[in-house]
Design a protein around this ligand. Structure first.
Ligand code: 48H
Length: 264
């Protein structure tokens, strides 16, 4: 006989046990868009403990909506390998590009990362970071998105990590809140602050930001659209090759440091 109490117990017991195992991890990713999921997959494939907090109930960010709700993505030919690895079906377009179904692409990105060991927490927002006396971002402050949306006064909890990745897209939420709460902090940008995204220029937006994907403050790494927003670079519209490369680059930066003894 199916018993309601068993179902309740099964959910609370297994979810709580699993969350308890993830209170101290190697990397926290804030945001489950294309760059966050790509970064997470490469880190998990390298054997690192990675959790991803996504503010919305479902992952995907700006990818499922394709371009203006036409459910396709465009990527540059050079980025094809990142999606071929996870068996996304690509269709060549005009020699320079591939197109793919946006829902297929994001779904396979999530499945591949989960299969590699990533744990995704839906409807959980990163609302702040943890900072330690050695001036290093050392974790994320999280709360249920529903609590924040309802404006309830409920104190958050903290998850500790060696790195936090700001993959929150156009908002660059984590980096903005970090500098807002710590006005003395100087980021590794021209002004030391968040500069803000510039108007669309696809060639320039795509060309520069992968190279400039970086640890913007000890322990805090930018990935994807958050790079453009923080460093003051143009947006690029519905082309996603850069998001994939930036996620991979962010993972490489972190892996290099994690595999060394000193994180600084
Ligand atoms: C937890 C959060 C929080 C938070 C936000 O917007 P995204 O898809 O970002 P990227 O960088 O992976 O990809 C950008 C791309 O989708 C895009 O917008 C492009 C190419 N635009 C070009 C243009 O010209 O417009 O994903 C970010 C994710 C979203 O799912 C948010 O819900 C989530 O982050 N998020 N999650 N805690 N505080 N803030």
């Amino acid at each position: 006989m199916i018993c309601e109490a068993d179902i309740t117990r099964a959910i609370i017991k297994t979810a709580t046990e699993e969350l308890l195992n993830n209170i101290e991890v190697d990397v926290i990713i804030a945001g489950g868009g294309p760059t966050g999921l790509t970064c997470a997959r490469y880190l998990a494939q390298a054997g690192k403990r990675v959790v991803l907090f996504e503010r919305k109930l479902s992952y995907g960010g700006g990818m499922p909506g394709g371009g203006m709700l036409f459910p396709r993505i465009v990527i540059q030919k050079e980025a094809a390998g990142i999606l071929e690895e996870i068996k996304v079906r690509l269709v060549p377009y005009d020699k320079k590009y591939y197109t793919a179904d946006s829902v297929e692409a994001i779904s396979k990105m999530a499945v591949a990362a989960i299969d590699a060991g990533l744990r995704i927490y839906p409807a959980v927002s990163v609302e702040d970071v943890v900072i330690r006396e050695d001036d290093r971002v050392s974790g994320a402050v999280i709360n249920w998105s529903s609590v924040l949306m309802a404006g309830l006064h409920v104190d958050p909890l903290a998850i500790m990590s060696k790195f936090v990745v700001d993959a929150t897209g156009h908002e660059a939420f984590v980096t903005r809140v970090f500098v807002q709460k710590n006005p003395d902090v100087r980021l590794k940008t021209k002004t030391g602050k968040v500069i803000g995204e510039k108007s669309m220029w696809a060639q320039k937006g795509e060309a520069d930001f992968v190279r400039l994907t970086k640890e913007i403050f000890p322990g805090l790494v930018l990935s994807g659209m958050a790079v453009n927003a923080v460093l003051g670079m143009p947006r690029m519209g519905a082309i996603f090759g850069g998001m994939l490369f930036s996620g991979k680059r962010a993972a490489e930066i972190i892996l290099k440091k994690l595999n060394k003894k000193s994180l600084k």
